[in-house]
Design a protein around this ligand. Structure first.
Ligand code: 6YU
Length: 500
């Protein structure tokens, strides 16, 4: 029986909420959350006349194998489109097609055929990275180096050898690499390991959004928990483990773990489920755990990648785009993946922006574009004022549309995931020098010895602990369920007779 076991979970994102959902009814559970709300990187805010997703945007691969899709459907949180059988069968391989227009920095819309040709080449190259999964000797350490080497090989025959057309293809390929940086949440694809890249699994289904906001899922999960389970504004400062802690006035029970909050409050526990983001762990793991984590675990935290992808929402009085367009892409026509990008963040940061998704439907959202920008440029953007971001975006759009009078957006809202002290970035990737094994090491509970008389003191969940679905909401949810199941199994196991 699990009754009497005390469990603390740290972090009320989808991993923490998922764990809490499955632990209901077993022992006593407290969920400590640093912020004043649940959801973590699922974060919907009001903007313009509708909603803005500051974090997770889509259900990636909404189909029966996706637990976020299943839960959201069960709770009735999705629109009729998402529920359609045909939508659940689309194999988009993580790059769903959207009606789009591609603007060039010369102020003209680029020839869709030329753009498609370059993009097809890029996705063929990206798909070919799968061949290196498990390879002992991949030709290059990173996805970026591999893709660029392959591009260099095709340059002589590219666009029939016509110089102008070739330059355009290269510029589009440079834009494709930036988009991939957003998808992987990294500064450069040169940081993303080639061999492990193919381990990430994309599920079938045409990516969909939550009409009432992604946060409606977190709120629904919260609602199902017994009142008082979650304590908000309770950042945890340290987790002491392998200890012998007693509650004042109760000498009978001894707990191996003591969780101390920044406000001095503390909680004694048998088990702690840790769901804080990898970015937080990277920065704080040394002081956060006492004693510190075993070297293997610390190494995995250092090895795995955690970068930044941010969004910039712009509200316009009137749309300058056509109603059917869902994606406005930008291409800097003087760029090439074969040349070093200009390293000057302050003057050129906005060149990393890949373009804008049009929020649909306009009747709900107003005329709103959502820009995406990854990497160091994105982190630099976080340090600027709203007015500076708005004016840079206005300049980009005027350049791209060739209309120097294009009215500036009426308002701006952006995410700042790198500066967020309890996140420190957007999501994880498998960096050069790490592998899927590091994800499994990160996910291993502690103490390591399975015969330890006080097992499962520290359990690790969160998107970065899911080997094939890292960087997603379904990866996060599944990781929370996984650790709850681990505990539930322990609680159901017969208690061994005390040894004399
Ligand atoms: C998805 C999508 N999406 C965009 C952007 C971001 C993310 N993701 P949480 O952080 O949620 O919870 C931890 C909690 O812990 C948190 O509340 C903290 O406050 C708290 N905490 C921390 N420290 C604490 C302390 N000391 N004490 C107490 N509490 C503490 N995922 O499925 N679809 O469209 C996007 C996107 C801008 C930032 C996303 C998307 C990622 C998800 O948001 C994220 O994985 C989960 O929400 C994390 O949940 P969690 O519980 O683990 O942590 C090949 C290959 C490539 C691989 N990548 C391809 C996939 C593409 C990923 N997609 C991203 C795209 C977008 C647009």
């Amino acid at each position: 029986e699990g009754s009497g076991r005390r469990v603390v979970a740290v972090g009320a994102g989808l991993a923490g909420l998922g764990a809490a959902q499955r632990l209901r009814g077993h022992g006593s559970l407290r969920l400590l959350e640093a912020a004043g709300r649940a959801g973590g990187r699922v974060c919907t805010r009001p903007f313009a006349s509708g909603l803005a997703e500051m974090g997770a945007h889509w259900i990636h691969g909404p189909s029966p194998g996706n637990p976020v899709f299943c839960l959201a459907s069960r709770y009735g949180l999705l629109g009729p489109e998402a529920a359609r059988e045909e939508n659940q069968q689309v194999e988009a391989g993580g790059h769903p097609p959207m009606p789009s227009v591609t603007y060039g920095s010369s102020g003209k819309v680029l020839n869709p055929k030329a753009v498609r040709e370059a993009r097809d080449l890029f996705y063929t190259l990206l798909a070919s990275t799968r061949a290196f999964q498990g390879s002992k000797e991949p030709p290059w350490p990173s996805v970026g180096q591999y893709v660029r080497a392959e591009i260099a090989r095709t340059v002589p025959t590219m666009a029939g050898g016509q110089e102008d057309a070739r330059q355009l293809q290269l510029a589009v390929l440079a834009a494709c690499l930036k988009l991939e940086c957003c998808i992987s949440g990294t500064h450069s694809m040169d940081l993303v390991g080639l061999e492990p890249f193919g381990e990430y699994v994309s599920l079938p289904g045409l990516d969909c959004t939550f009409p009432g906001g992604y946060s409606s899922l977190a709120e629904r999960l919260l609602l199902d928990l017994p009142a008082g389970t979650v304590l908000f504004n309770k950042p945890v400062r340290t987790i002491q483990w392998q200890g012998s802690f007693r509650e004042e006035g109760d000498d009978a029970r001894v707990f191996p773990v003591r969780v101390e909050c920044e406000d001095g409050d503390f909680f004694l526990a048998d088990h702690v489920v840790i769901t804080v983001p990898l970015g937080f762990l990277k920065e704080r793991h040394q002081e956060f755990f006492q004693p510190p984590l075993p070297e293997r675990k610390a190494q995995a935290i250092r090895n795995l990648g955690f970068g930044t992808n941010n969004k910039i929402f712009l509200e316009f009085e009137q749309p300058f785009w056509e109603p059917e367009q869902q994606l406005l892409e930008v291409v800097w026509e003087d760029e090439s993946p074969l040349e070093e990008p200009s390293g000057d963040l302050e003057t050129n940061w906005f060149r990393k922006l890949i373009g804008f998704v049009v929020l649909q439907p306009p009747e709900q959202h107003g005329h709103v574009l959502c820009g995406f920008i990854a990497g160091k440029e994105s982190e630099h953007m976080e340090t600027l004022s709203d007015a500076e971001v708005l004016s840079a975006m206005t300049r980009v759009l005027r350049t791209m549309t060739g209309n120097p009078e294009l009215p500036p957006p009426r308002s701006v809202l952006r995410s700042r995931w790198h500066s967020a002290p309890y996140t420190r970035g957007s999501y994880s990737y498998v960096a050069v020098g790490s592998s899927g094994d590091d994800i499994d090491v990160l996910a291993q509970p502690l103490p390591e010895d399975p015969r330890d008389p006080r097992p499962l003191q520290l359990l690790f969940a969160g998107e970065a602990t899911h080997r094939t679905f890292y960087s997603t909401t379904h990866g996060a949810l599944l990781s929370g369920w996984r650790e709850a199941d681990r505990l539930n199994q322990l609680f159901q196991a017969p208690v061994p007779a005390p040894q004399s």
